[in-house]
Design a protein around this ligand. Structure first.
Ligand SMILES: Nc1ncnc2c1ncn2[C@@H]1O[C@H](COP(=O)(O)OP(=O)(O)O)[C@@H](O)[C@H]1O
Ligand SMILES: [Mg+2]
Length: 228
């Protein structure tokens, strides 16, 4: 469903040229739970941003569900992101003045005017991610792990086909990070959502069913773990 073909991305800052991606090929199937791993600077964020239609590519092609995303206008890309993709960030990126409930329901409430439906779906998801009883709390009254749970529910609320998570556990202690990975895997299985997450952490890599290693903008390893 996601086809990344010979993707290149070069950043130019002044007279400095950085080849962040030097020809990446990757075929991702529906429902995969896949980790893009590699050291800092290897191109993980660039690759996720290109798949997420946030960054542009300088060479090659990315198609998602048969749609060549390079053919989309800026507005079409924004609509594509809204309708097909969910995002989870390292620093959670919740809206501080909104409660957990409101952070999760917000995007859905813009497209679904049936308040009862929105409420039920939001409460059900908050329950699924283990936050029952914390619906009214603002992010400042939640731990890092709890905030990331809110972010996972928020990413899932519109049933996206794909969730992109850039280093989702980087700000969490290893125990909490592990809980978040377990939760993401559970959501991947339950909702059949494709999860693509990046990490530089060995423990996190071990959770992936498929591990793609990036090094200096190239895929150096791509392995599927049997039975994981
Ligand atoms: N906006 C940018 N301008 C210039 N260089 C960038 C920019 N974004 C990333 N880079 C460079 O591209 C390379 C890959 O970065 P990135 O994709 O962020 O890697 P990672 O997420 O694996 O740490 C790095 O050398 C980084 O410094
Ligand atoms: Mg990064």
């Amino acid at each position: 469903m996601i086809n990344v073909e010979n993707v290149k991305r070069t950043y130019i800052a002044g007279d400095l040229k950085v080849e962040a991606l030097r020809g990446v090929d990757l075929l991702i199937k529906k429902g995969e739970f896949i980790s893009i791993a590699g050291p800092s600077g290897s191109g993980k964020t660039t690759l996720l941003n290109i798949i997420g239609c946030i960054d542009k590519l300088d060479g090659g092609k990315v198609s998602i569900e048969g749609q060549n995303v390079g053919d989309l206008s800026k507005l079409e890309k924004a609509a594509f992101r809204r309708n097909e993709l969910g995002f989870i960030f390292q620093s959670y990126n919740l809206i501080p003045v909104l409660s957990a409930f409101e952070n999760v329901s917000f995007a859905l409430s813009l497209i679904n005017k049936n308040k009862k439906e929105v409420k039920e779906k939001t409460l059900a998801l908050l329950r699924e991610v283990g936050l029952e009883g914390m619906e009214d709390r603002r992010p400042s009254r939640l731990s890092g792990g709890q905030q990331q749970r809110v972010a996972i529910a928020r990413a899932l609320i519109k049933n996206p086909k794909i969730i992109l998570a850039d280093e989702p556990t980087a700000n969490l202690d290893s125990h909490t990070g592990e809980d978040i990975l377990k939760l993401m895997k559970e959501m991947n299985e339950k909702h059949q959502t494709t999860f693509i997450f990046s990490t530089h952490d060995r423990m996190v890599m071990d959770y992936a069913r498929r591990l793609v290693l990036l090094h200096d903008g190239l895929v150096t390893e791509d392995t599927v773990k049997e039975g994981a």
